[in-house]
Design a protein around this ligand. Sequence first.
Ligand SMILES: Cc1cc2nc3c(=O)[nH]c(=O)nc-3n(C[C@H](O)[C@H](O)[C@H](O)COP(=O)(O)O)c2cc1C
Length: 216
Amino acid sequence: MDLLGAIEERRSTRAFLETPVDREKMETLIRYATQAPSAINLQPWELTVVSGEEKKRLSRILVKRMKERNISCGPGAKSPLPDYFVQRQRRLLDTIQPNLPGQIPFQDFINEGSCNFYGAPAAILISIDNVFLSARLTDIGVLVAYLLLSAHALGLGTCPIGLITAFDDDIKEILSIPENKQVVIGVAVGYRDTQSPINRSRSERVPLGDVVRWRE
Ligand SMILES: Cc1cc2nc3c(=O)[nH]c(=O)nc-3n(C[C@H](O)[C@H](O)[C@H](O)COP(=O)(O)O)c2cc1C
């Protein structure tokens, strides 16, 4: 598949088929994703691949914890967002809202869906050793981009899930990830349910003029 075509086509998947992704395909996906560049080729990422009963168990616990602790998806900001960011958030809501299943409120769909990896048969939890400063999170971002695009090229849908970082301790305990690691992000992976209206939502991007400065 043409790379630029994949970049144009890819959008987050929030409804998956139950069809499992076989081990060989997951390995192929991860082999491509880990071709990502990293500072000094440190490859600071660690991946925990969860599927089958273990993934269901993880989702059950995360949904329970999310409700107990009233955790909700947010922008991860240290002060109130300037209005133009709020507008972008609103536009995403307007894109997804009409395609929500039943009468479920948007925030409930996102919170519960995220903790359940939107019903995907597999989830990849990406962690980093605590020895690294936050500068190395950039490397994880690059890995995730490679992962999302490689999955798309392999016929798989994905959704990055940042919400689950609120459950860092729980996830490490459930999946026996060592204490000295930090869970940075999760990615839901599976076959896209093409019949589901939610997967028709197509987020837009702001015009280049809103995010680029040219100095000549
Ligand atoms: C770092 C990161 C964290 C994200 N966390 C979540 C999440 O917790 N739940 C969710 O439903 N989507 C999550 N997303 C998906 C974004 O909402 C989505 O990428 C964005 O709206 C653009 O839409 P697109 O992926 O369809 O292009 C996350 C994306 C990124 C890059």
